[in-house]
Design a protein around this ligand. Structure first.
Ligand code: KIV
Ligand code: ZN
Length: 397
């Protein structure tokens, strides 16, 4: 009861949700293997892609975008292999709005074809050199064509957020009428803010019957916030990547997006959240992109406490200096008390007593003095160092 009350209170204060949202479900579309692999310097091998796909499926991702089959033979074979794995998640492939790309996608055996075309003036003029009317015609034709070979077709208006809103809605209505199961709203260069995203998605919601998906880039650090705003505006599906990897500054991070929906907004997903830290570490290892210690949810410090006041607080009740609605166990993490120049006596006493070391108060003071002295010089003090310090002061070694 305490927990659900807490969620409602948070929802109320953050003005995030109506009460009905407690029963809402949003599906998770992961593009780590497609947009994530477009991170400069990242290239997964076939085996690595299969390992990631199996893992994503195991943690409950609904749709996995496995790649862009028409981009190369290797990519085609990779997507085909992943699609043949029957991992449980739906497998999606990306295609430009040309029939040969769609054919390649369908031949790779995917469950969903994701066709895209630029709709903003700048991208239309500089990439495909087409007018808005020509683009509308291509959308109708390609969505219809893709639907004839695949049950699930998603249409993306690339650079949606820099597209004239009237033209954008026309593009989505054309895709909807041609049979798209999902339309995707990409903030391709990450220029939107949450207060722009929510009304845009609400407007689109009024005009199309199909599902709405959102794909946000992180150029201004707003990918997760914009994704959540899209959900508030009525999006049914979120596109994410593990650790937020992707083109330039990346995409919306899966852990943050899912935990905000689950813990703050009271929206459910199929994700086994207790696997999020493991997932993040797997993709960090395979991509070579490190996880920052201060990365929300999965970073080393996400549930670590150093200052005396904070450590003492969480020792008596973790909710004092943690969100409470998100615990370390919920995401597969561990709470840690850290040693440093701000460490307090309660934390040191607890860490020592956990190891069976019980100094008297005066000895404890000397141990703390030593810890602060060392860390004050900028050196890291580990738990092991603490035991050594205690041993040397207490004369047990
Ligand atoms: O950022 C983008 O617009 C994309 C599309 C292919 C959806 O990645
Ligand atoms: Zn993208």
């Amino acid at each position: 009861f305490g927990e659900s009350l807490n969620k409602r209170q948070v929802a109320f204060f953050t003005d995030n949700v109506k009460n009905s949202e407690a029963f809402r479900k949003v599906t998770v579309f992961d593009t780590t293997l497609r947009d994530g692999e477009q991170t400069p310097g990242v290239s997964f091998t076939l085996d690595q892609k299969i390992e990631i796909a199996r893992h994503l499926s195991e943690i409950g991702v609904d749709v996995i975008e496995a790649g862009f089959p028409a981009s190369s033979d290797v990519e085609f074979q990779t997507v085909r292999k992943i699609a043949g794995e029957n991992t449980g998640a739906k497998i999606c492939g990306l295609a430009r709005s040309v029939k040969s790309d769609v054919d390649r996608c369908i031949d790779s055996g995917v469950d969903m074809v994701h066709v895209f075309i630029p709709t903003s003036e700048i991208q239309r003029e500089h990439t495909i050199k087409k007018t808005h009317e020509e683009v509308l015609e291509i959308i109708r034709e390609i969505v219809d064509y893709a639907c004839s070979g695949c049950d699930q077709v998603m249409f993306s208006a690339m650079d949606a957020t820099r597209t004239n809103p009237v033209e954008l809605i026309e593009a989505y209505m054309a895709a909807d009428e041609a049979g798209a199961a999902v339309i995707n709203v990409p903030d391709t260069v990450g220029v939107f803010t949450p207060s722009m995203m929510k009304p845009l998605v609400s407007q689109i919601r009024e005009k199309v019957r199909c599902k709405i998906d959102v794909h946000c880039h992180n150029d201004f650090g707003l990918a997760v916030a914009n994704t959540i705003a899209a959900v508030e505006g009525g999006a049914d599906q979120v596109q994410v990547t593990v650790n937020g990897i992707g083109e330039r500054a990346g995409n919306a991070d899966i852990s943050q997006t899912v935990m905000i929906m689950e813990a703050i907004c009271g929206i459910s997903t199929n994700i086994r959240t207790e696997k999020l830290v493991e997932t993040s570490r797997l993709v960090s290892r395979l991509s070579g992109i490190p996880i920052l210690p201060i990365q929300p949810v999965v970073g080393e410090n996400a549930f670590s406490h150093e200052s005396g006041i904070h450590s003492h607080g969480v020792m008596s009740d973790p909710k004092t200096f943690e969100p409470g609605i998100m615990t370390p166990e919920m995401v597969g993490h561990r709470r840690r008390l850290k040693l440093g120049k701000h460490v307090g006596r309660h934390a040191v006493r607890q860490m020592l007593s956990d190891a069976g070391i019980n100094p008297d108060e005066e000895t404890l003071d000397r141990i703390i003095f030593k810890v602060k002295e060392i860390s004050g010089k900028g050196k890291k003090v580990t738990e092991y160092d603490l035991f050594e310090i205690a041993d040397s002061i207490m004369g047990t070694s």
